[in-house]
Design a binder for this molecule. Sequence first.
Ligand SMILES: *Cc1c(COP(=O)(O)O)cnc(C)c1O
Length: 233
Amino acid sequence: MASVPANLHQVRERIAAACRDSDRAVETVTLLAVSKTFGADAVRAAHAAGQHAFGENYVQEALDKMAELADLRSRTEWHLIGPLQSNKTRPVAEAFDWVHSVDRLKLAERLAAQRPDGLPPLQVCLQVNTSGEASKSGLAPEAVAAVARAVAALPRLRLRGLMAIPAPAEGFEAQRAPHRRLRELLLALNGQGLALDTLSMGMSADLEAAIAEGATMVRVGTAVFGHRPAAAG
Ligand SMILES: *Cc1c(COP(=O)(O)O)cnc(C)c1O
């Protein structure tokens, strides 16, 4: 825990260096600290070190943490980045600011119907499978445009962009390839008149490659909070 501020500092340095390497302004990349499996005290330590956006994978775990951290709510953004079952959408629509893992229209329809009117629109990304056979989760790239148009038309949601979790790869060039595919997909959607601005890609092992390909949000867990217990993913 004592190392969270130091880890955050290091990750911010990595992001800044990657931005310099690709002539990008550092403000164009948002760091999402992935706090899954870590307790409220770890989130609080990161918050005290200036980190205000957090990614969670498991709905109940996230809700419990939010309750413990209710005093920080107005200065904290909560992002769901893990798979979401259709029967769990209501608490997500009520409690989160962002959902990155929308991988079918039905999920978006439920989130739109269940988002309370008094809250700002739920910010959503479509999760895309950019790794083919190597990954089972996410929309097939050729299915994205139709789903994006339908989601963009829903009330109480705002479609912001695309998210992917590429299969792990060694080496900078191999890591760049799936990130490049996601960027090209976003550009194609922009070309069809959808004003999307978010590329949620890059994790502890490949954030430099993601930033080189235009990531606007990197989701970093291990490099901020340390290694997770193996069983908890
Ligand atoms: C766990 C997780 C991350 C963070 O992974 P690290 O390798 O620990 O940085 C990012 N995105 C998603 C969707 C995750 O599930």
